[in-house]
Design a protein around this ligand. Structure first.
Ligand code: SF4
Ligand code: SF4
Length: 146
């Protein structure tokens, strides 16, 4: 009796599997032949942070105030800046983020008084060591400018 029961259950399982397969055949394809085709990202996608480039200045507007660095719960932001003159505002000279520990919480983006941070659309990230996950925002902006 157990033998016949196993055969019936196995047959039914096969029918169920085929039913799912046939139903899926009629639906639009959701997979992408990556890397030959690129992903169609949702507008809500968050890559690591990067500087915006403002049309009026042609560059970022980071004043190295450190608000993002203080707000970051993961302590992954390092920013430094200089004043061109004694009474002028600071301008960032170095801005690094260790993306391997970033939780993409968005506090840095929300805190920035000059709104110079945004989420990148980057998803092709790879590396051989943890140092490869450190993103140099200044260098990245220069690459995007060129
Ligand atoms: S998104 Fe959050 S965790 Fe990532 S750098 Fe900004 S504040 Fe830090
Ligand atoms: S909060 Fe904005 S302006 Fe201040 S250091 Fe961070 S990115 Fe620069």
């Amino acid at each position: 009796m157990g033998y016949w029961k196993e055969i019936v259950e196995g047959g039914w399982s096969l029918v169920e599997g085929m039913r799912v397969t046939v139903r899926r055949l009629c639906r639009p394809v959701v997979t992408v032949q990556y890397p030959r085709k690129q992903l169609n990202l949702s507008p809500a996608y968050r890559g690591h942070i990067e500087f915006k480039r403002f049309p009026d200045t042609g560059t970022h507007k980071c004043i190295a105030c450190g608000a993002c660095q203080r707000a970051c719960p993961s302590h992954v932001i390092k920013v430094q800046g200089v004043k061109a003159h004694l009474n002028s505002a600071k301008t960032a000279t170095h801005y690094f983020i260790d993306f391997s520990r970033c939780s993409l919480c968005g506090l840095c983006v929300e805190t920035c008084p000059t709104k110079t941070l945004q989420y990148s659309r980057e998803y092709e990230l790879e590396g051989e060591s943890r140092l490869d996950s450190i993103v140099d925002l200044m260098a990245r902006l220069e690459q995007r400018n060129s």
